[in-house]
Design a binder for this molecule. Structure first.
Ligand code: SAM
Length: 232
């Protein structure tokens, strides 16, 4: 991966960035995503936010090497604090982290999202947290994708402002991913179900306390939800 050639995962995130938008890429690491979008002429201004010094310095070096220092501002900052109101950021990307961390970044900085019309989130796990955050904060899902790369399965969630309500199943699997029902979607949930079966078998071996029985009931309920999704 480099600033001209993204991983399939980041290329999927990039594909949802609108033309001519002002972008903030939070957790930018090498700044591959904003540099790629700048190279392609898709964006003309970006902020690359990174909280850890090493990746921040690497991002700065890559931006300089590409001659983009006037267009991509690399900032050492925690989450959305990389954004100033005067930046007029319209699109936020947050990729390559767990859904819970992405959600906590969005929640902690939601006052800084006032100009933002689109959030593209790529959680490695626990996408449900982002869907729940979206519903609670007047965003809804305009698109979702799922892909497999190097044996790992990734989801990409595209949020815009608006209200929507989703069923518990839709929050878990993604309302649009459920409709698309791709082979990768099936593979993801078959993997999860196999893992739940392993956990249930292990719990069966344990002393059947109330806590263990509650855990089993939760897993069995989720298993049944997903079984229905995959068979209808
Ligand atoms: N976004 C890139 C990608 O998808 O390839 C980098 C992903 S990397 C696994 C996650 C990056 O997010 C790390 O560089 C980490 O330091 C950064 N990060 C984690 N928490 C952050 C926060 N609260 N604010 C800014 N950056 C954060």
């Amino acid at each position: 991966m480099n600033t001209n050639q993204l991983s399939e995962r980041l290329a999927m995130v990039a594909s949802f960035v609108p033309q001519h938008t002002v972008l903030a890429d939070i957790g930018s690491d090498h700044a591959y995503l904003p540099c790629y979008l700048m190279n392609k002429g898709i964006i003309s201004k970006a902020i690359a936010g990174e909280v850890v010094k090493g990746p921040y310095e690497q991002a700065k070096r890559n931006v300089e090497a590409n001659g983009f220092t006037n267009m991509i501002d690399v900032r050492l900052a925690n989450g959305l604090q990389a954004i100033q109101p005067t930046d007029e950021v319209e699109t936020v990307t947050i990729a390559g982290m767990g859904g819970t961390l992405i959600t906590s970044i969005l929640e902690a900085g939601k006052d800084l999202l006032s100009n933002v019309t689109r959030i593209i989130a790529q959680p490695n796990i626990h996408a449900i947290a982002i869907r729940e955050w979206a519903v609670a904060n007047n965003f809804y899902l305009v698109d979702e994708e799922i892909l497999q790369e190097d044996g790992k399965i990734y989801e990409v969630l595209v949020l815009e402002r608006g209200t929507a309500s989703y069923t518990p199943t839709e929050l878990l699997v993604g309302p649009i991913l459920k409709e698309k029902a791709s082979a990768v979607f099936h593979a993801k949930w078959e993997r999860e179900m196999a893992e739940w079966m392993r956990v249930l078998a292990a719990l069966d071996q344990a002393e059947q306390t109330e806590e263990i029985q509650q855990k089993k009931a939760v897993i069995e309920q989720q298993y049944e939800l997903i079984r229905k999704v995959l068979t209808t």
